[in-house]
Design a protein around this ligand. Structure first.
Ligand code: ZLM
Ligand code: CA
Ligand code: ZN
Length: 393
């Protein structure tokens, strides 16, 4: 079954730091870095590493993290005592100011190392795209889209995506950021709010006061002032519970196709949070591995250099399925891999069903009710098309 060969004419690269996967947010915290190990083992069981350049990435340096994050924030992130250690009586206000130490963003052992490894993984991917050593660079350890310049948020402490995009902007005129995580990509949107060199497009569950982070309404399209170049360069696709593959694919292709025509990006940064899959512990959608992967396939067809990041994903067996399938799409070998999970795959029993593509019934028993009407989805498409009339490069 090791019939997976390198694609002709372009290079795919896989960027990972195995040390990152050993970190724990705490026993019952939904974010489980070992899902990266599960993903890598599935990718390997299919023989996909033979078709890629594989990099063991180093941690990002303080200076590299400092390209986006404030020094006082990084300094505290590097010295804050872990949860089970005596509190830092000299800095009583800092945990509050930087949003560190709550249940979403706990102060666990090795936190700074974990963050700098995630940053290093995405930055390495960006550098390989910049020097054209790679056409598609995969960084499943990145995608932590909520982190702000001086604040941790929603399991994210360092915004590796912003750091990677800042690197891309050194070599490319325009970056298209696409975010299919079930949560709004607020940190990335905010970081590039006032530039027309980055367009951000996030698809997410939207229900303020109920679903995190509560931002990303349809009408939120960047600065309201027309004198600000960033106006109209944030696109938000607010969705309700239960959206299906069919609806999501059609929405994605319509919107990203139009964005591509108007914005004419030189490079794509795609955040592939797998919490938009059916059966996710925190998610609300009914997407299957096929529908999630179709977004990656559509972006690949645009034939631009691309970084693929990870992100959310809280049912590890489905995260590994989606990211292994999406790795195969990047390589272009998706039709050659056996949908039955290989006999020799480690943790094979962990997948419960031995297929890469479980049905909704296998995942959920009873699928979640779909609260997205065709009428509302058409309104969303209409609004996005109107925004794009202001965008022409
Ligand atoms: N409570 N433990 C997505 C980030 C989502 C904020 C409501 C915490 C949880 C969640 C943490 C073990 C990405 C909020 C939630 C309970 C204030 C969120 C620790 C369960 C647990 O069992 C849990 C004690 C924890 C956190 C659930 N937190 C669910 N949803 C969101 C953040 C990140 O996928 O987009 C990218 C990686 N936070 O809703 C509260 C308001 C904290
Ligand atoms: Ca999103
Ligand atoms: Zn998420």
């Amino acid at each position: 079954e090791f019939n997976i060969v390198r694609p002709k004419g372009y290079t795919i690269s896989y960027h990972a730091n195995p040390e990152m996967e050993k970190h724990h947010f705490g026993q019952t915290h939904p974010m489980k870095p070992w899902r990266l190990t599960l993903t890598k083992s599935l990718v390997s069981a299919y023989g996909m590493p033979f078709a890629m350049d594989n990099y063991n990435t180093r941690a990002a340096t303080y200076e590299e993290l400092n390209s986006f994050h404030a020094s006082d924030y990084l300094d505290y992130l590097g010295t804050a005592p872990a949860e089970d250690m005596p509190r830092d009586i000299d800095n009583p206000d800092k945990e509050v100011r930087f949003n560190l130490g709550g249940s979403d963003c706990p102060l666990f052992h090795g936190l700074y190392d974990y963050c700098s490894m995630s940053g290093g993984c995405s930055l390495d991917a960006a550098r390989k795209i910049c020097n054209e050593q790679s056409k598609i660079a995969i960084a499943w350890g990145g995608g932590l889209h909520h982190a702000k310049r001086s604040e941790a948020s929603g399991f994210c402490y360092i915004n590796d995506i912003v750091i990677a995009i800042l690197q891309l902007l050194r070599c490319y005129p325009r970056v298209l950021y696409i975010d299919i995580d079930v949560h709004h990509g607020d940190g990335v949107e905010e970081a590039f709010f006032s530039t027309d060199r980055v367009m951000t497009v996030s698809f997410h569950k939207y229900q303020p006061e109920v679903f995190f982070p509560g931002t990303g309404g349809l009408e939120d399209n960047g600065p309201k002032s027309e004198h600000n170049p960033g106006a109209h360069h944030a696109i938000n696709v607010p969705l309700n519970d239960g959206i299906t593959d069919e609806q999501y694919e059609s929405l994605f292709q319509n919107i990203i196709g139009k964005v591509n025509e108007h914005f004419k990006p030189s490079v794509i940064a795609l955040q592939c949070g797998a919490d938009s899959l059916a059966g996710d512990r925190l998610g609300r959608f009914n997407l299957q591995v096929q529908g999630h992967g179709a977004c990656v396939a559509f972006c690949k067809k645009l034939d631009l250099p691309m970084i693929i990041f990870g992100g959310g994903g809280y049912t590890p067996r489905n995260v590994a399925r989606a990211w292994a399938y999406e790795t195969s799409i990047a390589i272009g070998c998706q039709d050659k891999i056996d949908p039955t999970i290989p006999q020799h795959a480690p943790w094979r029993e962990h997948f419960v069903h031995d297929t890469l593509f479980p049905t909704l019934e296998q995942i959920l028993g009873e699928p979640r009710a779909n609260r997205n009407t065709q009428k509302r989805l058409q309104e969303i498409v209409q609004h996005v098309h109107e925004q794009l009339r202001f965008v022409s490069h």
